[in-house]
Design a binder for this molecule. Structure first.
Ligand code: NAP
Length: 253
């Protein structure tokens, strides 16, 4: 039997994280899946198996058991903005958002990701895949003013920390995430937010999940950072050759 790789996905109760966890479980001939979630409720939500660890990325000590014996880490944790109550879409205007105390992007997207990178390095993890967001080259991006969180700034800082860590890495800066079927669109990789200036700047969550897993299989994905989006369904050819996709990327950051 081929050697199985043990993969931990954090944020495994999140919208993309749970797709990664499920895909890994379905590929038990290649991977031993593990998940990290923040609460017992999230653990139940994704099936409650023993391979789901409960921990908080802001507390390094809770990451150690989950990372023991892990070959690959996929980071899908993120600060989650909450909508302020009282917004009435019928009255027009825009909803307002906030972050819970202690769960600002600085604590989650910076300190939390840094804690994971440090703990993974300590545990001898062979590669770290980090999902971030497009838009990070623009300090004035509207997402930064959301809840006064500067979320893209803190995400970018964590990406830089990973790129400097010495651990082989793949940084995926996704475009606008959509809850649609995956595997049916041509994927596009880019750099420096150039895709944001085009009409093709969204991607289905299952496609992001697939790229995270495929990144573990090809050397061409390592020491790379890239933007990720897709063509609309029916335009172009659905991406099947991930080695070729990763080979197109020339940017280390
Ligand atoms: N939304 C977009 O259009 C968009 C575009 C580009 C990139 N992205 C990025 O893509 C990534 C995936 O997005 P998504 O929408 O799939 O994610 P999501 O559903 O918001 O999931 C984020 C996960 O992080 C977990 N988390 C937060 N704080 C934590 C902590 N302290 N300890 C442990 N876990 C914690 C959350 O757990 P709980 O469920 O317990 O809160 C949640 O499951 C994120 O980095 C996101 O910023 C999003």
């Amino acid at each position: 039997m081929a050697d199985l790789s043990t993969v931990l996905v954090t944020g495994a109760g999140g919208r993309t994280g749970q797709i990664v966890y499920k895909k890994l479980k379905e590929r038990s001939d290649q991977f031993v899946a593990r998940g990290l979630v923040r609460t017992p409720e999230s653990k139940e939500k994704i099936g409650g198996a023993d391979d789901v660890f409960v921990g908080d990325i802001r507390d390094s000590s809770t990451l150690v058991p989950a990372l023991q014996g892990v070959d690959y880490l996929i980071i899908l944790t993120s600060a989650v903005p909450r909508m302020k109550p009282g917004f009435d879409p019928t009255k027009g205007g825009r909803p307002e958002f906030y972050f819970e105390e202690g769960a600002y992007p600085e604590q989650v997207d910076w300190i939390g990701q840094k804690n994971q990178i440090d703990a993974a390095k300590e545990a001898g993890v062979k590669q770290i895949v980090l999902v971030g967001s497009m838009g990070g080259t623009n300090l004035n991006h509207p997402l930064n003013s959301l809840g006064n969180g500067n979320i893209l700034v803190w995400k970018r800082k964590a990406e830089q920390y990973l790129a400097d860590s010495g651990v082989p890495y793949t940084i995926i800066r996704a475009g606008g995430l959509q809850d649609r079927d995956g595997g049916i669109r041509e994927l596009l990789v880019g750099k420096d937010d150039e895709l944001l200036q085009t009409e093709t700047r969204t991607i289905a969550r299952p496609d992001v999940a697939e790229v995270c897993i495929q990144a573990l299989k090809y050397e061409e994905s390592k020491f790379k950072a890239f933007d990720l989006a897709s063509k609309p369904e029916g335009v172009g050819t659905p991406t099947k050759d991930f080695k070729a996709l990763f080979s197109q990327i020339t940017t280390r950051f």
